[in-house]
Design a protein around this ligand. Structure first.
Ligand code: A3P
Length: 288
């Protein structure tokens, strides 16, 4: 039985506020402070995203491309103390990652301005893959994730949640700030920007792009293996048998689920904010 099933939470732990941004309690202030000096290495591979954008899908793809080469231990984020458990049972991951042998594969949701300097202004050969997704589907995915994840607060209602999301009152900070913050790195050769919608549209060529960025030549067999083991269906099956927090990751896996949730008024408000915030950035998403 999982730890959290034996110790159900009477209520979720309070969020942590740091530099005006709300973080879940599993991202303690100590770790956020430690990001200022967290060292990035030459052979690190980092998957970076705002939450619910396909992080774990990308992680599975990258792990499969690298064939376990960058996984001396399971990939975690340096800002976390735990991924699901409360209270944390171990030392924060930034300490463990400091000691972890290279090559390391990591994930992070840190906003640009609070990220380790080795990511926001790389001076090593680090490879950073950013996975991004349209804000309406992110908002929906978040809604279900918050309900299922025990250390997070269940939204009062869809209406309240979508409003909070649009107002930037969401863990790891405002969606637009997050995406546009990292988009500043779009021309930096350490970075590869991928969109969830493009992966859905052309998985094969997306995987090839990711492999090329990682300097990995894929044989046809290897490519087929990546495509099969990272398909929605196989991830749904494999994660269903996984640990508690990963069980909640795979849900519907489509583009455009927002249409089943947004009222016309909510959609118009989102569109308006999207246009305002994205204006001039050159960044665009597909919504269906
Ligand atoms: P939905 O909730 O819209 O279904 P993250 O890993 O950043 O938390 O993102 C979770 C989202 O990625 C979920 O979206 C999940 O279903 C989707 N996802 C995970 N694996 C996927 C796959 N193999 N193919 C398509 N979508 C996937």
């Amino acid at each position: 039985m999982e730890y959290w099933q034996q110790h159900p939470l009477s209520e979720p732990p309070p969020y942590v506020e740091y530099q005006g941004i709300m973080f879940p309690a599993i991202v303690p202030k100590e770790s956020l402070e430690a990001m200022k000096t967290f060292e990035i290495r030459d052979d690190d591979v980092v998957i970076l995203s705002s939450l619910k954008s396909g992080t774990n899908w990308m992680l599975e793809i990258v792990s499969n491309i690298l064939g376990g080469k960058n996984e001396s231990a399971s990939p975690v984020g340096p800002e976390f103390s735990e991924l699901e458990l409360w209270p944390p049972k171990k030392q924060p991951y930034y300490i463990e990652l400091r000691e972890r042998p290279s090559p390391r594969l990591m994930i992070t949701h840190m906003p640009f301005q609070l990220a380790p300097p080795g990511l926001a202004a790389p001076s090593t050969k680090v490879k950073v893959i950013v996975i991004m997704r349209n804000p309406k589907d992110v908002c929906v995915s978040f809604y279900y994730y918050l309900q299922k994840t025990l250390h997070l607060k269940t939204p009062e209602s869809w209406e309240q949640h979508s409003k909070d999301f649009l107002d930037g009152k969401i863990i790891f900070g405002d969606y637009f700030d997050h995406v546009l913050g990292w988009w500043q790195m779009k021309d930096d050769p350490h970075f590869l920007f991928m969109k969830y919608e493009d992966l859905k549209k052309d998985f094969r060529s997306s995987v090839k792009t990711i492999a090329a960025f990682l300097d990995k030549e894929l044989t046809d067999d290897h490519l087929t293996h990546v495509l099969t083991s990272c398909s929605f269906e196989s991830m749904r099956k494999s994660l269903a048998e996984s640990d508690a927090w990963r069980k909640n990751i795979v849900r519907k896996g489509i583009v455009g689920d927002w249409k089943n949730h947004f009222s016309a008024k909510e959609s118009t408000k989102f569109d308006q904010k999207y246009r305002e915030r994205m204006a001039g950035s050159g960044l665009e998403f597909e919504f269906e």
